[in-house]
Design a protein around this ligand. Structure first.
Ligand code: NAD
Length: 265
């Protein structure tokens, strides 16, 4: 029996087979969870439905997180699908306009880009947590989001997305603090770079992958399976004592200081 047997999970953020959310959905399905999904727009609907069909045939609902009415409609529909509630919310959503995540920090930064990156990539976690909260009462609920090292270090090209991820990680702590008394845990995984649609927008991404492969302690980049397995654990009762944390699934890259020094010189 899988360690998520009897759990119900809403998976957001699938845009392709390569999406981190897809890796999480696969791991959760394997461990026995019942899944429901959201898709950002009509273009992505059939892709998400394809994944859903392979992973237990759960329903898919529309969700653009910039639209409060869609957030309300999603949780109303979910409440009908699962009248006695659900246990796990996966938030795997981020966006910044392309010009803001290439070149220098100030080059593509505008008031509008800053607001949009924060709205979609950070605020949406709290908006979804607010919607999920009544449906998670009386259960051992778990909310999980995805972050990146750029939240805490200045990384080339990540720019405004790093600032939004810092807000996201702070949101994890405030949500954990406020929802903990209701039995809801809130965590983040800080994943190493993985080639997905969202990552393709980041300037120099291929070079980032090569650098991590050459320098991370495990000498490879992580996969959506690596992240999926850790996510399944963090959202299960096996992790019942863990909340408000950012857990690195990055092959140890975050521990590094200076690397590549030639000792013979
Ligand atoms: P992805 O492109 O597969 O997923 C991004 C998702 O965000 C898509 O499903 C897209 O539909 C959704 N999205 C964007 N705007 C939205 C909106 N307005 N409403 C609803 N959904 C919206 O890429 P991914 O890499 O799997 O990204 C998932 C999460 O993982 C993101 O938060 C990303 O920042 C994070 N992350 C990615 C990496 C990486 O290297 N790929 C590393 C660390 C963290």
């Amino acid at each position: 029996m899988g360690f998520l047997q009897g759990k119900r999970a809403l998976i957001t953020g699938i845009a392709s087979q390569r999406s981190i959310a897809n890796g999480i959905a696969e791991a959760m399905h394997r461990e026995g969870a019942e899944l429901a999904f959201s898709y950002q727009n009509e273009k992505l609907k059939s892709r998400v439905e394809e994944v859903a069909a392979k992973l237990g045939g759960g329903p898919s609902f529309p969700l653009d997180v910039t639209d409060d009415a869609q957030i309300d409609a999603l949780f109303a529909a979910l409440g009908q699908h699962w009248p006695d509630g659900f246990d796990i919310l996966i938030h795997a959503i981020a966006y910044a306009p392309r010009e803001a995540i290439a070149g220098g920090f100030l080059d593509g930064l505008t008031r509008e880009n800053f607001a949009m990156a924060h709205d979609i990539s950070a605020y949406s976690l709290s908006a979804l947590a607010r919607g999920a909260r009544p449906l998670m009462q009386g259960r051992q609920g778990a909310i999980l989001t995805l972050s990146y090292l750029g939240a805490e270090r200045a990384l080339q090209s990540y720019n405004v997305m790093g600032v939004a991820k810092a807000a996201l990680e702070a949101s994890v702590r405030y949500l954990a603090f406020n929802l903990g008394p209701e039995g809801i845990r809130v965590n983040a995984i800080s994943a190493g770079p993985i080639k997905t649609l969202a990552a393709a927008g980041i300037g120099g991404f291929r070079k980032i992958l090569g650098h991590v492969e050459a320098n991370a302690p495990i000498r490879r980049t992580v996969t959506i399976e690596d992240v999926g397995n850790a996510a399944a654990f963090l959202c299960s009762d096996l992790a019942s004592g863990i909340t408000g944390e950012v857990t690195y699934v990055d092959g140890g890259y975050n521990i590094l200081g200076m690397t590549g020094l030639d000792e013979s010189e």
